[in-house]
Design a protein around this ligand. Structure first.
Ligand code: HT9
Ligand code: FE2
Length: 382
């Protein structure tokens, strides 16, 4: 199932034409204590997040000296992508821009154009469909092209398909889960060990409307969880029960978000006699704050309190299978732009992401008319 991943030993050449630049688009995070509050203001502007929640999340960042790990992880991925492209004979430059913190996407796109590039291929550090993880980044791209009062930038932007079901992303998670199981073995109790897949909770209204076909966010996660659990079991010659649970709930308590919360779930597993759990953060591509705080700090403390042995699996990060998948996805998108036939890789029976989203996919429920890029007509004003 995983053998379609490009082997780093025998790289095939990558042709990214017609694109002349690639941009890595991410969330952004603060890098110093004085940046925490302005960063949180950027993230939550107009989103109705209760003040208490903001204070609490600010404390998570201050607990790490005000520095989120996410930007360094983006720098590492950027370096891996540049190396990978160079190894595969491609000299297209790779830039990096964020939604919520420096380097801001708008500044990066202006720099790309100033450097003489006009056909840009975007990839996000978010692998799944949903408003937050797909459309919102496409809204950010639209705004960056609009370029405020300075006038539209002379640039066309496409993006790779949503990629969580790509065999390379799954392969990285299989390796990480196996490695975490090896670590857990020493401490596991007598009951069965459970694979607990974790992703970011989102409002149920956002989940219910996430494309493709309503409910894509959950369907995609369930597909990835099943594929990873199956492969890990096959590797270890056994089977594992698994669950999909959620972390980082935000928003007012009155608003329903996806459940169960990872901490509640661990309590339930301990009560049911589980021998241990591996936390597998399939919803995230790097060990950023949601992972190092919500899982490594909070969920691990919960597990200690109830005496449940746990190990946390690494995220894809710069795993060669993941970097290889991203390189293949870039090459695939360029081939699509050249009107060539492609065979998109995905886990068996799993959904394949879209190159261009329908205009009503993953709607913005607060501001339905807000324009976005990389979608069909209705709002695609650029
Ligand atoms: C689906 C999803 C992803 C995964 C896809 C992707 O990666 O995009 C993600 C990633 C991330 N979320 C992050 C941080 C935050 N998310 C917040 C708030 C929210 N996230 C939401 C969803 C998601 N978020 C939602 C629906 C909200 C409510 C407000 C709103 O509707 O926008 C808040 C506000 C405070 C709070 O937590 O309440 C913060 C600080 C960081 C940076 C970590 C770091 O600094 O290392 C990352 C990578
Ligand atoms: Fe978030």
């Amino acid at each position: 199932m995983i053998d379609r991943v490009t082997s780093p030993e025998s790289p095939s050449r990558i042709d990214l034409s017609p694109y002349d630049a690639v941009v890595l688009v991410s969330f952004g995070g603060p890098e110093a204590a004085e940046e925490v509050v302005p960063f949180l203001e950027n993230v939550t502007r107009g989103r109705g997040i209760p003040r208490e929640r903001l204070v609490e999340v600010g404390e998570h960042y201050f607990g790490f000296g005000g520095r989120s790990p996410i930007n360094d992880q983006c720098r590492a991925l950027l370096a891996a992508l540049r190396t990978g492209l160079a190894e595969r004979g491609c000299s297209v430059p790779v830039y990096w821009g964020n939604r919520n913190w420096h380097p801001f996407l708008a500044d990066t796109l202006a720099e790309i154009v100033a450097d003489g590039h006009h056909r840009v291929l975007a990839l996000t550090t978010s692998a799944y469909p949903s408003y937050s993880s797909c459309r919102q980044y496409r809204e950010n791209l639209y705004d960056a092209v609009r370029n405020g009062t300075a006038g539209d930038l002379d640039v066309a932007v496409d993006r790779i398909r949503q990629y969580a079901t790509h065999p390379g992303f799954v392969a990285a998670s299989v390796d990480a889960t196996t490695e975490a199981l090896d670590r857990l073995d020493a401490s596991a109790g007598v009951g069965p060990v459970r694979l607990v897949f974790v992703t970011h909770s989102i409002p149920t209204a956002m989940s219910d409307t996430s494309g493709p076909g309503d409910g894509g966010y959950l369907e995609w996660h369930q597909t990835v969880a099943r594929a990873v659990a199956g492969e890990v079991g096959a590797r270890r010659g056994t089977t594992y029960d698994h669950d999909l649970v959620f972390c980082s709930r935000s928003g007012p308590p009155s608003q329903p978000w996806l459940e169960p919360d990872v901490n509640d779930h661990l309590r339930g597993l301990a009560a049911a006699g589980a021998g241990g759990a591996v936390l597998v953060p399939i919803g995230f591509v790097s060990d950023h704050m949601e992972v190092v705080y919500d899982l490594d700090t909070e969920a691990v403390a919960t597990a200690a309190e109830i005496g449940l042995p746990v190990a946390r699996a690494a995220t894809a990060g710069t795993h060669p299978a993941f970097v290889g998948a991203l390189l293949d996805l870039l090459a695939e998108r360029a081939a699509v732009a050249r009107d060539e036939d492609v065979t998109p890789a995905a886990v068996p029976g799993g959904p394949v992401g879209r190159y261009v989203c329908p205009a009503d996919c993953c709607p913005n429920l607060r501001d339905p008319a807000r324009p976005a890029l990389c979608q069909t007509a209705a709002h695609a004003a650029v």
